[in-house]
Design a protein around this ligand. Structure first.
Ligand code: SF4
Length: 380
């Protein structure tokens, strides 16, 4: 129906904070692809997309945006993409919906996919960023994932060029600050490399978001994982610290090690204790802390360090002070999607459903912890 293409390529994942962002794919999959806990690109080959191909995608997005704006004008909305326009695009031109959804959310944020896009030559990245911001003046934030090893290959001057061309933030999977955990999980990077890479990004004036996986040390290394992750982040002082809880689907290499008993998963209560130790040891930094991943048990442990540290620890202590049976009910309610926070347990309509499910598991002799581990895999 359209003379030139309006479709463009997208990869499989983005950070939770990029839910309303336009997803533009610069590379396919992950060049490392060995992390034991990560199922995302396993079996897929890494490739860089060509500069012309990416530029054509940006032009396709621009054409899609023009079609959507014309739909808005013909409905009397003057080019604005409101709920009604977005709904019309979804029903009549579903192939344009990604762009309509982005414009509906202001057309402000862009996330560059996939796992390690800063591997592309800096000149190419600058050209892509400049084309994006020229075509879409509404853009306020452009972010990407990057591996610390890749960041180490770039100079501060490279990052400054990228920032000046429009890149705002880099998301890095720290995962752990403990070298033994990093090595066991085959992350391919050490704590000191993570620190050096993070500091470079900060020196260049880019925003930095570091991710930690709660539970990644397993039963054997949880203390070291908590303490050394805090130590690494204290040295980096990233703008954002984001946590997500380990879940192990059969498609990740860690699954086999869990099955044969080599790696012991932690129960929810123990992960909360680990999180407490981790937060207690975050010191001298001004990062914003987020638990904005559906896999986290306590999603309201959020705040700006250092001011909100006590408030965050109080939420954890509140959970740990509940009687064991209440904690188990909360975990079940949270993992089955009925509860979001501990206060939701006061809601009788929600707690009666959770109670019914709890009794059913007891009657069938199923452990809540085992059931929860299965439920968590739905969110990967
Ligand atoms: S570097 Fe990131 S994307 Fe690649 S395997 Fe590790 S966790 Fe997965």
């Amino acid at each position: 129906m359209f003379a030139k293409r309006t479709d463009f390529e997208q990869g499989p994942i983005r950070p939770p904070s990029e839910a309303n962002s336009l997803l533009l794919r610069l590379t396919r999959n992950c060049p490392w692809n060995r992390c034991l806990f990560c199922p995302v690109y396993k079996g897929e080959k890494f490739s860089r997309r060509g500069l012309e191909e990416i530029k054509e995608d940006i032009e396709a997005i621009e054409r899609a945006a023009d079609v959507i704006k014309n739909i808005s004008v013909s409905n009397g909305f003057g080019g604005a993409v409101n709920r009604q326009v977005a709904a019309q695009v979804q029903s009549q031109h579903p192939e344009l919906f990604q762009v309509a959804f982005w414009l509906f959310h202001g057309g402000e944020n862009v996330f560059l996919q996939d796992g390690d896009s800063l591997l592309l030559p800096v000149d190419q990245l600058v050209e892509i960023l400049e084309l994006l911001t020229k075509k879409f003046p509404s853009i306020k934030r452009i972010t990407t994932y990057a591996r610390s090893r890749t960041l180490l290959r770039r100079s501060v001057e490279d990052f400054v060029r990228l920032r000046e061309a429009g890149l705002n933030r880099i998301h890095v999977g720290l995962e752990s600050g403990n070298d033994e955990v990093l090595e066991y999980m085959q992350k391919g990077v050490t704590r000191s490399q993570h620190i050096e890479a993070g500091k470079k990004v900060k020196t260049a004036g880019l925003s930095l978001s570091e991710y930690v996986i709660l539970g990644l040390g397993g039963k054997n290394k949880w203390r070291e994982h908590a303490l050394d992750s805090a130590k690494a982040l204290n040295a980096i002082n990233p703008d954002f610290i984001r946590v997500r809880t380990l879940a192990v689907p059969a498609s990740s290499p860690l699954y086999e090690k869990v099955q044969n008993g080599e790696f012991e998963l932690m129960a929810d209560d123990d992960i909360v204790r680990e999180e407490k130790m981790f937060i207690e040891n975050l010191q001298g930094i001004e990062s914003s802390f987020y638990s904005d991943h559906i896999l986290n048990l306590l999603e309201d442990v959020n705040g700006k360090l250092p001011d909100d540290k006590q408030k965050m620890l109080e939420i954890i202590e509140h959970y740990l002070s509940l009687p064991a049976v209440e904690r188990e009910r909360f975990c079940l309610g949270r993992r089955t999607g009925y509860y979001r926070t501990i206060d939701d347990m006061q809601d009788e309509s929600l707690s009666s459903v959770v109670e019914r499910n709890y009794k059913q598991l007891q009657d069938k002799g199923i452990s809540v912890d085992q059931y929860i581990k299965k439920m968590m895999l739905r969110f990967i």
